[in-house]
Structures are given as structure tokens and as C-alpha cells.
Design a protein around this ligand. Sequence first.
Ligand code: AMP
Length: 192
Amino acid sequence: MTINVLFLGPQGSGKGTQATRICAAHGVPHVSTGDMFRAAIAEQTALGREVEPIVAAGELVPDALTVALIRDRIAKDDAQAGFILDGFPRNIAQAESLDRMLEVIGRPLDRVFFFDLDDATATTRALERANREARVDDTPEVIARRLAIYHEQTAPVVARYRATGTLHEINAARSVDDVFAEISAAFGWLAR
Ligand code: AMP
């Protein structure tokens, strides 16, 4: 049995928090492209140096780099029983690459969770995180830019999965525990 899941939603919608909790409970890896880029930047690898200014500006890293990172990651042993992808795909081209990748390895997506959150709450939460975590991309200007990119490029990805019937829409304005309970119930059902 495998559980292949996507978490989509704007910054501040709680994707990362929920992915960490669900992955701990179900023993599947939390695959966050944002975390992978931040780790590469912290280690100053070749990839890290290349993506650092892009991430700092809130722009999207080129698809070729991002797709290659995901392809390598989901081929690893610990991802064979499934994965939660958090922050990928961010645009239609990435979604198409993912579909092809999963078709080749014969592992369709089981569910796409969409963390629905209004812009005002997303912005407030991202600003609060700025105080806690000191992320380079949590300044007011970059938060606004990331939200604009989300609407332009990632919202069409949500529409794509809504059309295929794999989308589970979550009201992400609720508490962490309420959202966790809803996703856990859905996971229990998927894992049967
Ligand atoms: P996140 O932690 O998901 O908000 O990602 C932080 C930053 O990493 C984004 O603002 C982008 O610069 C970059 N990034 C993360 N995921 C992707 C992706 N799927 N495609 C392109 N860039 C990404």
C-alpha cells in the first residue's frame, strides 16, 4: 500500500506544519522543495548558490532544477511507500512533469489536499512567521510577490486537480488541531 499525496495552498496556510505531523504519524517522508532549497542555501552547495537570489526574491526556481530535485527524491528508498509533496508543483508545467513521472513509475496520486486560505490571513500568518523564523523571503514585499505568483501560477494547478476529482479542499483558517483531525481522517480512509 502506498500513499502519494500533494499539499497545495498559499504561504501561511499550514501545509508544512500539517505535513510534518502527518508524516510523523504515517511514516512517509515530507518532501518540501522549499525546505530542500533552504538546506542547499545553508550548505552553500552549487545548487544553493544558484537558487539563493531567486528564493530571496520570492520568485520561482526554474522548473528544470525543481523537477530534477523531485525526481531524485521520490526515487529514494524511503519514498517507496509514499510521500507528501509540499510546495510542489507550483505551476502547470511542474504538474505535467509530475504526472508523467508518476505514470512512468506506475504510482498515481491518491489525493491532493488544497489548503484554502484568504490572502489577508495568509499575509498575517507569513508576517508572524517572519518574527519567529527569520526566513529571507518573509519580508512584506516578498510575501506580496509570492502571493501574486501563487494566484498567477499555482491556482491553475488547483483547478487542474479539481477537474480530475482528486482534490480535497480544506478550510485552512481553522486551528492546527482541527485541520490535522480532518486530514488524519482522510488518511485513515486512504490507508485502508
Ligand atoms: P516554500 O517554503 O514552499 O514557500 O518555498 C520557498 C521558496 O523556494 C519559494 O518562494 C521559491 O523561491 C522556491 N520554491 C519552492 N518550491 C518551488 C517550486 N515547486 N518551484 C519553484 N520554486 C520553488
